[in-house]
Design a protein around this ligand. Structure first.
Ligand code: ADP
Ligand code: NA
Length: 330
């Protein structure tokens, strides 16, 4: 029986991934790779929509891939590759862009937010066509399922529309993918600013738990996490965002229920709770960090793995692209 195909990716936009990426993406990917034929990409072409130093971009790409593997994505089972290593992505993106309405692209809320934030002159056309490249990423692999955060839902809708449009114009070519939206409890907030989503673009990293942080740094960040003056370990996103966020992290990493954690820490202060949580996070991250750093010590071996995986990805992508070219008269 062939497994359904799954596609997901992350931008190489930081040296270290954070615990939001870990809980919201990597842990889920690790489980999903059992039941899906999974493609996990480091989407370096998408990262070009932000200014980048070339040497740093290359390094972040390697580091991101190393962290995927260190977190349990198996490159012998899943296809784990760097987007720019497979030229079919940009080729299909061009074709799909000719099927995308200008107004349709302009309605993407992520583009509207970003262009409003940076201003029209600092906004590049790549940021505008970003969702079309993302559609190409997904459709090249005849993807059945795409696990995404809420913020990407509109992009998946566009991907589905483009697949259906192409299919109805030129004949059945693309699988129309289904989004799987991540659960709310998989969303992690900044430890210093617990109503803001933890994000690598935050101004300070004091509230960001990095997968590659040293254990002492992880512990210190957790001990200093913003809480409240009530002193009760209780889940309440509105009134107690800091404590609730820590409970979500604790539950996600241990597989325990939040209610069970509330019981365990009833009548005890935040100090105990934070100390135990620090241990949980350090126990989870330390082996991942060690594996990632070991891989980064041997970049030639990592590059060899990525090249072999890119070859596997390209074999599938090129088949789709050849079919597309044939159907549209190229
Ligand atoms: P990208 O690299 O694709 O632009 P992000 O860096 O925002 O996107 O996120 C990469 C992945 O990590 C996505 O699957 C996203 O849902 C997940 N993720 C990012 N930040 C968080 C967070 N704070 N909580 C939970 N999941 C997150
Ligand atoms: Na994103």
């Amino acid at each position: 029986m062939t497994k359904p195909r799954l596609y997901s990716g992350m931008q190489p936009s930081a040296d270290s991934l954070h615990i939001g990426n870990y809980i919201g993406a990597l842990m889920q990917w690790r489980d999903l790779q059992e039941s899906y034929d999974a493609y996990f990409s480091v989407v370096d072409l998408h990262a070009l929509t932000q200014p980048n130093d070339p040497g740093e971009l290359r390094e972040k790409t390697r580091r991101t891939a190393a962290q995927y593997i260190a977190a349990g994505i198996e490159p012998s089972r899943s296809t784990l590759y760097v987007q720019s290593h497979v030229p079919a992505h940009t080729e299909l993106a061009w074709i799909l862009s000719t099927l995308t309405g200008f107004g349709e692209a302009g309605r993407m809320t992520q583009f509207k937010d970003k262009s409003a934030r940076y201003g029209a002159d600092a906004t590049n056309v790549g940021l505008f066509t970003y969702p079309v490249l993302m559609a190409a990423d997904i459709l090249l692999y005849q993807t059945d399922v795409v696990p995404v955060g809420d913020d990407q839902k509109q992009h998946i809708e566009l991907t589905r529309d483009l697949a259906e449009r192409f299919n109805s114009r030129y004949g059945e070519t693309f699988t129309v993918p289904m989004p799987v939206i991540q659960r709310d409890t998989a969303r992690i907030y900044d430890l210093q600013n617990p109503t803001a989503k933890m994000s690598k673009s935050a101004e300070s990293d004091a509230g960001i738990l990095g997968l590659l942080d040293a254990p002492s740094v992880t512990a210190k960040k957790i001990m200093r996490a913003v809480t409240d003056s009530e002193g009760a370990v209780r889940f309440d996103r509105e009134a107690k965002p800091g404590v609730s966020n820590l409970l979500v992290i604790y539950a996600a990493l241990t597989g325990r229920q939040i209610a069970a954690l509330e019981d365990e820490y009833a009548g005890r202060g935040y100090g105990d709770f934070k100390k135990d949580l620090a241990q949980v996070v350090v126990d989870e991250f330390a082996p991942v960090r060690e594996r990632a750093l070991a891989m980064l010590d041997d970049p030639a071996e990592l590059d060899r793995v990525l090249a072999a995986n890119a070859e596997r990805a390209a074999a599938v992508a090129d088949r789709t692209l050849a079919d597309v070219y044939d159907r549209i008269g190229l």
